[in-house]
Design a protein around this ligand. Structure first.
Ligand code: ADP
Length: 467
């Protein structure tokens, strides 16, 4: 028998028992059917009362106490216990729901933080990033996109990206489906900037627009192409000369020892030129790689005097008057070879471009703000229009004169590079027919002075020239 059946039997017994007793009494005592109706009525009333009590207690979430439980019929007791279990389950469920709510809220917070971090990191990218919907309408963009594409605020949201790139090339590009190759376009807000644009499809037909500023890369590419072209051109001339002499010698077209000697001298001269160009190119390549050469405290007095004697021997018969002027006791903390190359390039130029018996002054002076090394000459001078280009590779005012004097066209490029690495800069002033002044400024953190010479002075003021 099932539990429900047992319950029903019990219930019927409980209800039927008083009625049966009343019926027997009526039968035995012969007191009429009214007694039986009374018993049934009272029983029914009591039954309703207990149901009312149980329901009220369950409504008020009050437990059913023992005294009440004792007077309940089996069905009511079962009802009470089922109610009790349901109530417990409901409270457990509500605790679980509460726990789930907290977990969902935490997860939502985490997702919000993740999305915010993701957007922040996209915003920090130097590339312009724009999220587009399936119709190329703008949904979101980062800071760089604001600057490079000119997106300014909510007014630009939902605008089509084509509104900002008006060229037919861009419209064609975005209309197709093959985005394997990027396209290059001018930035809408800065026409001097070049962008490399790439579209990446994602999600539900959405697109990610990415634009990279490649202005510098393009400039460097063109500088590199110019450099290769210039270097090849520079090397081709002396190589052609050497090649010509060698052919002549091989064909034994010259037998006269004097002519042979002359050919040898020419070849020596040209190979020396090739060697100079290659060495300067290697120096530049080394400087560009940014390798940190070992630093030392370079004694300026020693160096300037050494360079002066090198300049005197280079000047030779031109007999320049080369003088020095320096505050004593200074040291420059840098790689000695680079410092030597920096100073000597300027001094060699002064010797090369100053007519015989001209004057050259090497000057070192320090101050609390740093130090200056200057080379002043009474040479041919430089037209103002050339000055800003002198530090470009292979740039010369007079190519023939530079070659004649053994110049490579790379000396000032090397000077600028070394000074740049030091955090210093080069100042050039010159006047054609009067002379030139090259001043190197060094930052204070590279300068040391022996304690005996702490009495710092200001940079010397060389003869003024127009720049
Ligand atoms: P170069 O090997 O030709 O001297 P640099 O790079 O050292 O190359 O100098 C570039 C050009 O600057 C030179 O060709 C020359 O025209 C000019 N120049 C440099 N120094 C002087 C100077 N002291 N006086 C006049 N012209 C100079």
């Amino acid at each position: 028998m099932t539990q429900t059946n047992v319950l029903l039997v019990k219930e019927v017994c409980v209800l039927a028992l008083p009625i049966a007793v009343a019926a027997i009494l009526v039968f035995l005592l012969d007191k009429g059917t009214a007694l039986v109706i009374w018993v049934i009525g009272i029983e029914f009333g009591l039954y309703l009362l207990q149901l009312y009590l149980v329901l009220r207690r369950s409504e008020q979430s009050l437990p059913v106490n023992q005294s009440l439980e004792a007077v309940l019929t089996p069905l009511a007791r079962h009802f009470v216990s089922t109610l009790e279990i349901s109530r417990q389950e409901a409270s457990e469920l509500s605790v679980e729901v509460g726990r789930l709510k907290i977990r969902a809220a935490n997860r939502k917070n985490k997702m919000t933080t993740l999305v915010r971090d993701f957007r922040d990191s996209l915003s920090a990218l130097p590339d312009a990033i724009i999220a587009l919907d399936r119709n190329n309408r703008i949904e979101w963009w980062n800071k760089a996109a604001g600057e490079l594409v000119g997106l300014s605020g909510p007014v630009d949201q939902k605008k089509r990206i084509e509104v900002f790139f008006l060229s037919a090339q861009f419209r064609e590009y975005i209309a197709q489906d093959d985005f394997n190759d990027p396209i290059e376009m001018k930035a809408p807000t800065y026409p001097e900037k070049l962008l490399s644009i790439r579209i990446t499809p994602y999600g539900d037909n959405q697109r990610l627009f990415r634009a990279e500023d490649i202005t510098l890369v393009k400039q460097l590419e063109s500088v590199r192409q110019d450099f290769v072209a210039n270097a090849s051109h520079e090397l081709r001339t002396p190589l052609t000369v050497v090649h010509g002499y060698l052919e002549t010698l091989i064909d034994q077209k010259v037998s006269n020892p004097e002519q042979v000697r002359n050919a040898m001298e020419q070849m020596h001269q040209q190979t020396t030129r090739i060697k100079g160009i290659v060495e300067d190119m290697l120096t530049l390549a080394h400087l560009e790689r940014g390798e940190t050469a070992p630093k030392e405290n370079v004694d300026i007095e020693d160096l300037v005097l050494r360079i002066r004697s090198e300049a005197i021997s280079l000047s030779g018969e031109k007999a320049h008057a080369i003088s020095t002027n320096f505050d004593p006791g200074y040291f420059l903390t840098w790689n000695p070879e680079e410092v030597h190359s920096l100073f000597s390039n300027l001094v060699i130029n002064a010797v090369k471009y100053t007519p015989p018996r001209g004057e050259i002054i090497l000057d070192w002076s320090g101050s609390s703000n740093g130090a200056c090394f200057s080379v002043q000459d009474t040479g041919i001078g430089i037209e103002k229009s050339h000055i800003s280009r002198l530090t470009e590779r292979f740039y010369r005012v007079d190519v023939a004169r530079s070659r004649e004097s053994g110049g490579t066209g790379l000396g000032l490029a090397i000077v600028k590079h070394i000074l740049g690495r030091m955090g210093g800069d080069l100042e050039i002033t010159s006047e054609p027919g009067v002379g030139s002044l090259f001043i190197c400024h060094f930052p204070a953190d590279l300068i040391r002075r022996s304690s005996a010479q702490e009495n710092m002075s200001r940079c010397h003021n060389p003869v003024t020239m127009s720049g």
